[in-house]
Design a protein around this ligand. Structure first.
Ligand code: KIV
Ligand code: ZN
Length: 514
């Protein structure tokens, strides 16, 4: 049997995924996700856009220094300063990649860049040359590739390959592609560009029409050998192609796809959970592969079939994608050694002993309220500590909420800001509303609440509730999170976390024009 081609899985959860409104992650969180991606065995981790902010630079740098088994990549516009900054952040990487891009569609060149096609071509080639002087591995993307004129696309690709680009990415930036057309276009480009054999062709599809995975797979059938994707399909607007769907489609249908990946599929569900926890983007229950219902057989007919012979209704095995890892790992009697060992196994470390001590104290508190502590509980607990480790403007000290039939719910909170404690109180339409109103009496944020959601982290009525609060202020959107066995406390923490994120500096968006 002929051996199959390798399909490069390029994960951009930490860059495009993070461009989802409110999905910003701290450096510590990014590092945890990067380590999980390395364990998942993705080939390339796009760690961020180094130039966008000092925080992003630090995150790319830490990931470059920590990851050994995946390539680490930074995005850069075709500006020399961006490319140099990316190279600087990647200095400690075992296998660094610079990913530079410029838009090539008529609409983007005319209205966004206000550049002629010739200027774009020249800038693209110049950028690739600069990048190749700094690292071996350079990827070039033609932003809005799916709406780029064919002849111009081929000219740009030929020129950037000649300048040293070794991966050519043709994104469907606005999610406009249709599988038949997009796949055919990729095949046609590969056949038409004279030096196409010197590069790997890559696709990067957005999900505006729900076709990101279909478009990516259609391109694989036409010769693309790198797919850019994100865990849980996170990403700008409707998101990117979902990594778990691409990988499992290829694995489940070897009769159709002439490629293989090196992904450890048993890490898919744990990585999905981690990304959902740190970004505050819950996974919908009916989401393919990683949704809670993906392997649940509700109807009696299906259950009967599955019990008699699994393949009657199941095309994948739950354990192959990492379900059933929801094990009790620690309890009330577990000591510090067991706690630290479990954190290590989850790839969680702390920069200092004080944070580890805080985490252990929080674990003991939680174990008093909840008999069985799962990995998911530890991840939420650690996120809480790490939120606390960032510049914290507001912090919850204590709270007392009364909710009785026939009376307006009333909340009294003690909050600290810049080392001073304040008591605040308010009535509300419901207990959560009372808590938020009380916080606003101190914060006066002027932000509007866009989303409030509660999820149970594990099963059982003693589960911790994980609350996400999305706030918007002056066009900036942040997602705050908080976890606690008391959902009102989780709500207060999530609201304060969102306010703290609004206090932190904003960053440059890579695709808003050069
Ligand atoms: O969607 C897009 O075109 C991108 C590029 C920067 C690769 O994210
Ligand atoms: Zn994108």
């Amino acid at each position: 049997m002929a051996s199959k081609d390798h399909l490069i899985i390029f994960d951009t959860t930490l860059r495009d995924g993070e461009q989802s409104p409110g999905a910003a992650m701290t450096r510590e969180e990014k590092l945890r996700v990067a380590k999980a991606l390395e364990k998942l065995r993705v080939d390339v981790i796009e760690a961020g856009f180094a130039t966008s902010s000092p925080g992003d630079f630090a995150a790319v740098k830490s990931i470059a220094e920590a990851v050994r088994d995946s390539r680490v990549c930074s995005l850069a516009r075709t500006l020399p300063a961006d490319i140099e900054r990316a190279a600087e952040a990647l200095q400690g990487a075992a296998a660094p990649r610079i990913h530079t891009f410029i838009a090539t569609s008529p609409i983007h060149m005319e209205y966004k860049l206000q550049m002629t096609p010739e200027q774009v071509l020249e800038q693209a080639v110049g950028a690739v040359r600069i990048a190749r002087n700094l690292v071996e591995d350079v990827e070039f993307s033609l932003e809005d590739g799916s709406r780029t004129e064919f002849e111009f696309m081929c000219r740009v690709i030929e020129a950037v390959i000649a300048a040293g680009a070794r991966t050519i990415n043709i994104p469907d930036t606005v999610g406009y592609g249709e599988p038949g057309q997009y796949g055919a276009m990729i095949g046609r480009v590969i056949r038409n560009v004279p030096n196409a054999d010197q590069a790997v062709f890559s696709v990067h599809c957005h999900n505006d029409l729900g076709l990101a995975v279909a478009n990516s797979l259609a391109a694989v059938l036409q010769g693309a050998r790198q797919v850019e994707c994100t865990v849980n399909g996170l990403g700008e607007r409707a998101g990117n192609a979902a990594l778990e769907e691409i990988v499992m489609a290829i694995r489940t249908r070897p009769d159709v796809f002439p490629v293989e990946t090196r992904i450890d599929t048993t890490q898919i569900v744990p990585t999905s959970r981690l990304v959902s926890t740190v970004t505050g983007f819950p996974v919908q229950p009916n989401k393919a592969v990683v949704g809670a219902n993906a392997f649940a057989h509700e109807s009696g007919i299906h259950q009967d079939g599955v019990l008699k012979y699994r393949e009657t209704y199941e095309i994948m095995r739950a354990q192959d994608v990492g379900w059933n890892t929801n094990r009790i790992v620690l309890g009330k009697l577990s000591g510090r050694a067991a706690f630290t060992a479990r954190l290590e196994a989850l790839g969680i470390g702390f920069d200092n002993r004080a944070d580890l001590n805080r985490a252990f104290a929080r674990f003991k508190e939680l174990a008093d309220k909840k008999r069985e502590i799962y990995d998911e509980d530890l991840q939420a607990l650690v996120s809480d500590i790490q939120f606390g480790a960032t510049d914290e403007h507001f912090r919850l000290i204590s709270m007392d909420v009364a909710s009785r039939t026939g009376r307006a719910p009333h909340a009294e909170l003690v909050l600290s800001t810049k080392g001073h404690e304040h008591e605040v109180a308010a009535d509300g339409d419901g207990p959560v509303d009372a808590v938020f109103k009380a916080i606003e009496k101190l914060a006066h944020s002027g932000a509007s609440l866009q989303l409030y959601s509660v999820n149970a982290i594990t099963t059982g009525s003693d589960s911790q509730g994980e609350v996400t609060v999305r706030l918007e202020k002056g066009g900036r959107i942040v997602n705050g999170q908080g976890a606690d066995t008391d959902i009102l406390a989780a709500s207060a923490k999530a609201y304060l976390n969102a306010l703290n994120l609004l206090e932190s500096p904003d960053r440059v968006h890579p695709q808003r024009g050069v």
